[in-house]
Write a protein of this length. Structure first.
Length: 229
């Protein structure tokens, strides 16, 4: 479960300040797929960064799985990201010199886990997202959709409780984007994940269970699309 209580994020630029988030409160139950929409400067990326423990609020509380992360020191934030969160990015963030399976394995190996133990799980995930037989291909040998599938497998390997997706279809054509969203949706249901996805695409947002709209750092809309059950 995700809880955001009166979160503010203020960026100071010289003598002025920008309120990227202005008193946002939000609760996301376990297993819900939340879509977040808003124009540029609305605060949606800031909110995703706070939920991803990539930044801390200027004030307020961010709590995930019962753990208040808004005041954790950097080393504990790093461990929390590693143990609880999975990330999918618009630009895939794959290392070009590594193969598909090496990209999937990299976060686990950096965390000190055994390749012998992790590789069969990585292979199973790549097969699950439709990349059986493509394990040894590097990013420049894969299509955009295939690279995003690798990113999904990488995000799921650590068995996170929360999946954070930043414009996951932004660099894909509509057909490929729809397939990527289907894979994320399927993973959510199978694994009981809580998902927060930032998107500018109304068609992508409709894949979620719930849609929150942000403008000028505040929530201006909150609607249920479908039951998360």
């Amino acid at each position: 479960m995700i809880e955001v209580v009166n979160a503010e994020k203020i960026y100071r630029r010289g003598h002025s300040e920008v309120r990227a988030l202005n008193g946002v409160s939000l609760s996301v139950p376990k297993g819900q797929f939340l879509s977040v929409m808003g124009s540029s400067g609305s605060g949606k990326s800031t909110m995703l960064n706070l939920l991803g423990a990539l930044d801390v609020p200027s004030s307020g509380i961010i709590r995930i799985d019962g753990k208040e992360i808004s005041k954790l020191p950097d080393d504990e934030l790093s461990r929390f990201r590693r143990d609880h969160l999975g990330f999918i990015f618009q630009f895939f963030n794959l290392l070009p010199t590594l193969t598909a399976i090496e990209n999937v394995l990299l976060p686990s190996l950096l965390a000190g886990k055994s390749r012998q133990a992790e590789e069969p799980k990585a292979q199973a995930l790549l097969e699950k997202v439709g990349l059986k037989g493509r394990w040894s291909h590097r990013p420049d040998e894969l299509s955009g959709g295939e690279m995003q599938r690798v990113a999904i497998a990488r995000a799921l390997l650590g068995e996170p409780s929360v999946l954070l997706a930043d414009e996951p279809t932004g660099n894909l054509d509509s057909k490929t984007g729809a397939e990527v969203l289907r894979l994320i949706r399927e993973a959510t249901r199978e694994r009981g994940l809580t998902v927060v996805m930032v998107t500018h695409d109304p068609r992508a947002a409709e894949v979620g269970d719930r849609l929150v709209r942000l403008a000028d750092g505040v929530i201006v809309g909150d609607e249920t699309i479908r039951s998360a059950a």
